[in-house]
Write a protein that binds this ligand. Structure first.
Ligand code: ADP
Ligand code: MG
Ligand code: MG
Length: 885
């Protein structure tokens, strides 16, 4: 039978799937001999079983009872014992950290009897009743479903009647009265009393925390973070320790290094005479951890020792939660800390320098998405004025947007396309949709470990927190700072790297990382750390990285960014603008001669395009794709044209013969479903002379570059092949033109000819197609559209968000390759293509070529290169390196 419960002494860090991250690390700390309050973990498997059947799995209750008995024996007290109760916390903790998204219930075991015992044992009646009312509040809302506002209302009313400015001014008698009020409210709302049986409190808490896995905010968070919905949460049941027993007690959060920059040294926030929740909630302002050295030197020294132990053990930055109960330090949580992109690079470089990790491990710890974020612009230092307020730089980057003061307004404006900054006193998990919608989050209270800071960092959003000068008036929808009042909708600028908040829109400048890629300049700090990661990635990766570029400027930029060629040079734009008329003339041509004349006019223009690109990529492959889109895209809109003609007729102006001819052609070429119509190779096969003209332009450009002493490496790529026969016919034409140009110029021109694989039929018959192709390039955009039967332009707005909600897919298949479907076609085509032609060169040129997860797949599938937009080239180099580890 499955084991559903593990004591902390039985688990370990490698069991996070079963015990959740928190449980696995509590077990690991216990094994390391750190002071962790006793406890046990109920597995994610038990959660999954409960959520799928709605019933407690068999044997779970017995296992919990056995572990509880052991825990009671070891602590010498029973749960809820009347004279000196053992109290417990029931803490959620999933495989992947979901800060504040699920429930945790503290002080379980308090009853009308045991609260008196706790008062006596602790020597504080006030503390005992404060704990009891907290339990009733948490249990009442999480387990019994009473809206927490009901309790908060009662609390505010009590404070008002007692003239108390905050909770600390309520005495034991007040809190005892509050407990009675809460109990009445619960009975009124639920028809049921607050349970006085500690075992029942425990059992129901566990089930309710299981259920909190499926709360709306938890689901939203998972979607955003791409965490699977079916993992479930584990639950940690743990003896309570108290940070709110007086000035010699307190709670805090600590990092082994600065999570924003990677600089070594203890770092964190501390709040004396408080429970851990108060620190994270940002209700009172914390003091820096170093203050603890003054307040309680022995605990501070022990904490530093434990931090050193943890960092050495995990070989990474760790963050922890701790509580000091009357001078005794307790470790409540640790994990390998979340970090900013900047810190990830800095940390990896620092830890590698210190010899703690290898260069391979350092590379594994940074990522393409983080790198992409570091390439964003920042505020122009010379243009920033005096800040309205300065808070803590909690999550870096620069953001400009309209100030909004609640979640709904943020969502509403963002949906209308406006960029917004969410301004709050503090955030709670309920603000999540607003945080998702906003460009930045600003709070007036709370430290770098407050909810706002932790969640924003996780999402890569700009965040400034604890900006105390901000006087936020939520009801008036405005804030005041430095004598300036900012109303809702007014634009402000937020610098998450310095903590400054400015009025108006501050201009932006490029990032140092971007400048490094552009110019090779810069060597200090972050640039050095990025350069080292890139260097190692380049050394270990097997796949090449090319760029998608259609102009000499883009090609040159891609080359500076480290592209090893062009994987996709589209020729469509070369037919637009002024040249549109020539294309029109070609389409309308009545005789072969007319058509040839139009094509001849296009030829020198195309040739010049190619000369420029081949020069920019001299010595590197340039894959030029023959014309792809449907012809009608070069013609005027059908309806507009018809209206123009009708109007001219009505005015008796006499219709232009040209317009009439055009309309005729447009009508002839009209397609109900252009996506599946006359595109790609089909166009080349039915529009005589088009392929020949394009190939001639390429070949003559090669000749010109060779004569100029260059090393042009043009490759010719045929789009949208269904069958080898199409490719064979085009190839014949290509080879004939290449031979003609070679003979005429006396310069031998040999261009490899290959094809896009972007239709399922092509992938499934890749073995045949490889006989005629020297290379394949997966066009994964079209391959995704045609495999799923999705038109990207139509489905993304229409129903993708519903599909994501329903969990039909976790991420859009246009963003990250669908491994099972589209990916399988890729694997088939690679295997059968290579079986037919061993030296077949294979790459990918769809959007997916720049997506980290997809790059890992392409590496595993054996591709030779990925090609992506110039700005993604550094990302792809890094990820291709990581994929090869
Ligand atoms: P989260 O995952 O949201 O951080 P936790 O399980 O860490 O939730 O619990 C929230 C807070 O409750 C913690 O910050 C911690 O300070 C407090 N807490 C939980 N268990 C205990 C305990 N056994 N003793 C004292 N405080 C606890
Ligand atoms: Mg926690
Ligand atoms: Mg395509």
């Amino acid at each position: 039978m499955d084991q559903y419960v593990y004591a902390f002494t039985e688990g370990g860090r490698d069991m996070a799937g079963l015990l959740g991250g928190k449980g696995a690390n509590l077990a690991e700390m216990t094994r390391l001999g750190l002071p962790v309050p006793l406890g046990f973990t109920v597995t994610t498997e038990a959660c999954r079983a409960y959520l799928s059947t709605g019933a407690e799995p068999d044997g779970l209750a017995d296992e919990i009872a056995a572990h509880l008995t052991a825990l009671e024996r070891e602590s010498g007290r029973r749960l809820g014992q009347a004279d000196d109760p053992l109290l417990l916390s029931v803490r959620s903790g999933a495989r992947f950290s979901m800060p504040g998204m699920m429930e945790t219930i503290l002080d379980i075991g308090l009853t009308d009897d045991s609260v008196r015992g706790l008062a006596k044992a602790s020597g504080s009646e006030r503390f005992a009743f404060d704990s009891y009312r907290r339990l009733i509040q948490m249990f009442g809302s999480t387990v019994m479903g009473v809206d927490s506002a009901v309790f908060e209302g009662a609390l505010s009313r009590l404070k008002e009647s007692r003239g108390a400015p905050d909770d600390l001014h309520l005495d034991a008698a007040d809190l005892a009265r509050l407990v009675e009020t809460y109990k009445v409210l619960i009975r009124e709302r639920t028809g049921e009393p607050f349970p006085q049986d500690p075992a029942e409190q425990l059992r129901r808490s566990i089930l309710a925390v299981f259920a909190s896995w499926n709360s709306e905010r938890a689901r939203l968070y998972r979607r955003r973070e791409r965490i699977a919905d079916d993992l479930g949460t584990a639950i940690n049941v743990q003896r309570m320790v108290f940070g709110n027993l007086g000035p010699d007690s307190g709670s805090g959060v600590a990092f082994t290094r600065d999570p924003a920059t990677g600089r070594p040294g203890p770092y964190g926030d501390y709040l004396s005479n408080a429970q851990g929740e108060d620190v994270v909630a940002g209700i009172r302002n914390t003091v820096p951890l170093t203050e603890l050295q003054r307040l309680d030197p022995p605990s501070y020294a022990r904490l530093r020792e434990h931090l050193a132990t943890l960092e050495a053990h995990y070989r990474d930055l760790c963050d922890i939660e701790f509580t000091i109960e009357r001078g005794t330090l307790w470790m409540l949580q640790t994990r390998v800390g979340k970090r900013t992109a900047e810190a990830a690079f800095a940390l990896a470089a620092a830890l590698a320098d210190e010899g703690i990790i290898t260069p391979d491990e350092a590379l594994a710890r940074v990522g393409g998405e983080g790198l992409a974020r570091l390439m964003f612009p920042r505020f122009d230092a010379s243009a920033v004025g005096v800040a309205l307020a300065n808070g803590l730089p909690a999550s870096p980057g620069a953001a400009v947007g309209a100030a909004v003061f609640d979640c709904a307004e943020a969502v509403r404006r963002a949906a209308a396309g406006e960029s917004v900054v969410l301004v709050r006193q503090e955030t709670t998990p309920d603000d999540l949709p607003g945080m998702v919608a906003a460009q930045a989050v600003v709070t007036s209270r709370g430290g770098k470990t407050s909810h706002a800071a932790v969640v924003a960092r996780g999402m890569g959003k700009v965040c400034v927190c604890g900006a105390e000068q901000l006087d936020v008036d939520l009801n008036g929808r405005r804030f005041t700072a430095s004598g300036v009042t900012v109303e809702e909708g007014t634009v402000i600028s937020v610098d998450g790297s310095t903590g400054a908040v400015y009025a108006g829109a501050v201009p932006l400048v490029d990032s140092v990382v971007m400048r490094y890629f552009e110019t090779g300049e810069g060597s200090a700090g972050l640039v050095d750390a990025v350069a080292r990661a890139m260097g190692h990635a380049d050394a270990v990766r097997r796949m090449e990285v090319r760029a998608n570029a259609d102009t000499p400027e883009d090609a040159a930029r891609a080359r500076r960014f480290g592209a090893q060629g062009i994987g996709l040079c589209r020729t469509e734009h070369m037919f637009l603008g002024d040249r549109r008329q020539l294309v029109e003339a070609m389409i309308l041509a009545r005789t072969g001669e007319d058509r040839e004349r139009a094509l001849e006019a296009l030829l020198p223009l195309q040739r010049q395009d190619f000369v420029g690109i081949l020069a920019a990529m001299d010595g590197l492959p340039v894959t030029i794709r023959l014309l792809d889109p449907p012809l009608h895209e070069f013609l005027p809109d059908r309806t507009e044209l018809a209206v123009r003609l009708a109007a001219a007729e009505a005015h008796g102006d006499g219709t232009s013969e040209h317009d009439a001819e055009l309309l005729d052609a447009v009508n002839r070429m009209h397609e109900e479903n252009p996506m599946l119509g006359l595109r790609g190779v089909r166009l080349g096969l039915v529009a005589p002379g088009l392929v020949a003209m394009q190939v001639r332009a390429i070949a003559e450009a090669v000749v010109e570059r060779k004569r100029a002493g260059g090393d042009p490496r043009a490759e010719i790529m045929v789009p949208l092949i269904d069958t080898v026969e199409e490719l064979r016919l085009v190839r014949e034409e290509v080879e004939q033109v290449l031979a003609e140009v070679s003979a005429a110029s006396g310069v031998p021109v040999a261009c490899p000819v290959g094809t896009m694989i972007e239709l399922p039929r092509a992938a499934l018959t890749a073995g045949d197609i490889a006989r005629e192709a020297e290379f394949f390039s997966f066009g994964t955009n079209d391959l995704t559209q045609t495999t799923w039967g999705f038109s990207r332009d139509d489905v993304e707005a229409a129903f993708f968000s519903a599909y994501l909600d329903k969990g039909i897919f976790k991420v859009s298949p246009f963003e990250t390759i669908d491994r099972e479907g589209v990916g399988r076609l890729v694997e088939i085509a690679v295997a059968e293509g290579r079986a037919a032609r061993a030296e077949l060169k294979i790459g990918v040129c769809g959007e997916h070529g720049g997506d980290p997860e997809s790059i890992a797949f392409f590496h595993a599938a054996g591709l030779d290169y990925v090609s992506c937009s110039p700005f993604r080239v550094p990302v792809a180099r890094l990820e291709a390196g990581r994929a090869a580890l």
